[in-house]
Design a protein around this ligand. Sequence first.
Ligand SMILES: Cc1cc2nc3c(=O)[nH]c(=O)nc-3n(C[C@H](O)[C@H](O)[C@H](O)COP(=O)(O)OP(=O)(O)OC[C@H]3O[C@@H](n4cnc5c(N)ncnc54)[C@H](O)[C@@H]3O)c2cc1C
Length: 429
Amino acid sequence: MFIRSSQHVDSYYAASTPALQVPRAPLQEALEVDVVVVGAGFTGLYTALNLAARGFSVAILEASRVAWAASGRNGGQVILGFSCDMPPFEAALGLDGARQIWQLTQDAAAEIRQRIADHAIDCEFATGHLWTSVQQRRVHVLSDWQEEAQRKWGYSGLRMVDKAELPQHVGSARYQAGLLDRNGGHLHPLKYALGLARAAEALGVRIFENSQALHYREAPDRVEVATEGGQVRAKRMVLACNSYIDRLAPHLQRRMLPVGTYMIATAPLAPELAQQILPSNLAVSDNQFILDYFRLSADRRLLFGGKCTYTGRTPAHLRESMRADMLRVFPKLADVPIDYAWGGHIDITMARTPDFGQAGNVYWAQGFSGHGLVPTCVAGRVLAEAIAGDDAHLRLFSALHHRPFPGGEVVAGMLQVLGMSYYRLRDYF
Ligand SMILES: Cc1cc2nc3c(=O)[nH]c(=O)nc-3n(C[C@H](O)[C@H](O)[C@H](O)COP(=O)(O)OP(=O)(O)OC[C@H]3O[C@@H](n4cnc5c(N)ncnc54)[C@H](O)[C@@H]3O)c2cc1C
């Protein structure tokens, strides 16, 4: 379980988002709506937007602030596909079902750009994602995916970048090759989430901040959710709580392990230095098991992410150890100060597969396993469609089975630490 706060963490994103100051009012009434959504991260916001566009009345209960958790703290990297890649989908759904999932992710990547344009969201979107290989022996992972994406999933948006061409995109000797996806990109996630929230409100969605859903009760024709100051009676409920679901739905919480991951932001770089390290302004992530991911902000800071912890505690000397990781990639940043360091939680499932589902009048989407900007957009569409009466896509996701972590959070955390040590060694050697 994690400490909630009514303030955004002290991140570069919070510091660069002026619209944060005034919180929305908490729920202090008895409300009746078609759908109550718990959680105002990307999953909750997309679901609410899609439902409101179809004419449903929707209320969102947010325990803290809009995008207070992962959605407002992440790397901002827009990457197609799910964390688990395609094999689990193909195994569970066959080729046709898996093709539908891939199509949903392509649609979602396009939807993000469309929403930015339609809702006029100033979130500094930039085009292009580069997936890099640190090790020569794993370059084939990139080329294999390019070949599979084309052959099996009909996706031709990927292009291999060899070692000779890499300096046009990343000024680091660390990488052996890259795979460029022009349909990926990067954005300021907190500004984007707040833009989605404003768009939802323009469609009539009511968002209540500092309104934690404490418990809910199901009846055959409705769900009743209580907060400290009020309650909502709704025909359907959507749980979009990610790593913070804990006591509200323990049966869902057991299927996911919250894992800490971290970011730093440098001071703004001189234009020549920014041009040297990321000349084409791509988002970059590598293919190590514990990956590094980075990009430039609109004011030319390097936003660098990585590391994983399973204890619920922030690592000691976070700023220094993240800086050391960054210097491994870009030694020429040795003299650049680090202005911000922060972390957040990702929600991993046993097989890293997304956990979307429905039981009675309760719907949920969780288990994005660290890769959520595009997948939460898929979730918002799939849940809204199902609530509106077409559950064909939700049934695809429901075919993936989710086992609880053995021994609960503590034992699972310890097992993951062991697993991570193994993968860290494997990456090293
Ligand atoms: C540091 C970091 C870097 C990342 N980088 C990337 C990246 O570059 N690209 C990418 O694709 N993904 C990235 N991710 C993952 C991505 O951010 C998440 O998968 C995604 O934001 C999940 O969105 P969500 O809406 O499901 O959950 P969250 O954004 O976590 O939102 C859940 C919300 O539910 C609220 N809530 C929980 N319980 C209750 C309750 N009982 N009552 C009311 N409200 C409640 C919480 O307060 C929270 O606001 C990163 C994550 C982190 C932490």
